[in-house]
Design a protein around this ligand. Structure first.
Ligand code: SF4
Ligand code: SF4
Ligand code: SF4
Length: 229
């Protein structure tokens, strides 16, 4: 039944592509119907790069919890370096995952509504049965973190463990697995939350804000000179 629905949507989508033109659909429009101002809870994440040791416990936990197949990934830790002179060399680690944008190019180009922002939590998610694998969202994401899941054949990415952990009242798997507490997860609408307190008191930056995506993965920079207020 699910496959039939997806095949129908796929046919409809192919017609739409012909009519509209791929280049037009790939142009990311940044005005979403649901913005974070309207959501009930507004989840966000901090990656404190000063505490990250690159152990990848977060990405391993993510893969296990969300049954992410080999060859694709919802979360990667990108290592740069070494910096400095031997024997004082060191590396920097940054997180590559969905930025949970407020302005969502991926949602805006999706022809079937498979990519959507959850009005309750503000989490950008994928409704896999609606996905026809057209790749528009993958092309539109400026962070290049979406992929087609080889098992479900649908677009996939980090959803802050919405289905696997949050609905059981648990933190995302990556946050729980981190041995150095480099990840802080919470609700931006709760002024008493740890995430709000840290964001108010610690210089931080976000990636590619110039594109208007208003990402909700904040970073505390490990490198001098990378702090953007
Ligand atoms: S990072 Fe990419 S997939 Fe995630 S919300 Fe932003 S545009 Fe969409
Ligand atoms: S929040 Fe969940 S889905 Fe996202 S990277 Fe962490 S473990 Fe993976
Ligand atoms: S588990 Fe924590 S310390 Fe290890 S790579 Fe992930 S964020 Fe960094």
């Amino acid at each position: 039944m699910e496959n039939k629905r997806r095949l129908f949507l796929k046919g409809a989508c192919a017609t739409a592509v012909g009519a509209v033109g791929a280049s037009k659909l790939m142009a990311a429009q940044l005005d979403t119907k649901i913005t974070d101002a309207a959501v009930e809870i507004n989840y966000a994440l901090i990656h404190d790069e000063t505490k990250c040791i690159g152990c990848e416990a977060c990405s391993d936990a993510c893969r296990e919890t969300n049954k992410v197949p080999e060859g694709v990934s919802r979360l990667d830790i990108v290592r740069t370096g070494p910096f400095g002179e031997y024997p004082e060399q060191y590396f920097h680690f940054s997180r590559k995952s969905c930025q949970q944008c407020d302005g969502t190019p991926c949602v805006n180009v999706c022809p079937t509504g498979a990519a959507y922002k959850d009005p309750k939590t503000g989490i950008v998610s994928v409704n896999s049965w609606k996905c026809v694998g057209c790749l528009y969202c993958i092309a539109a994401c400026p962070y290049q973190i979406r992929f087609i899941n080889p098992i479900t054949k649908a677009a996939d990415k980090c959803d802050f463990c919405k289905e696997t952990r949050l609905k059981e009242g648990k933190s995302p798997a990556c946050v729980s697995a981190c041995p150095t507490k480099a990840l802080i997860f919470g609700n931006l609408k709760d002024p008493g939350s740890e995430i709000v307190k840290v964001l108010k008191t610690t210089p931080n930056y976000r990636s590619k804000t110039e594109l208007g995506t208003r990402p909700k993965v904040f970073r505390i920079a490990a490198k001098d000179g990378e702090i953007k207020l």
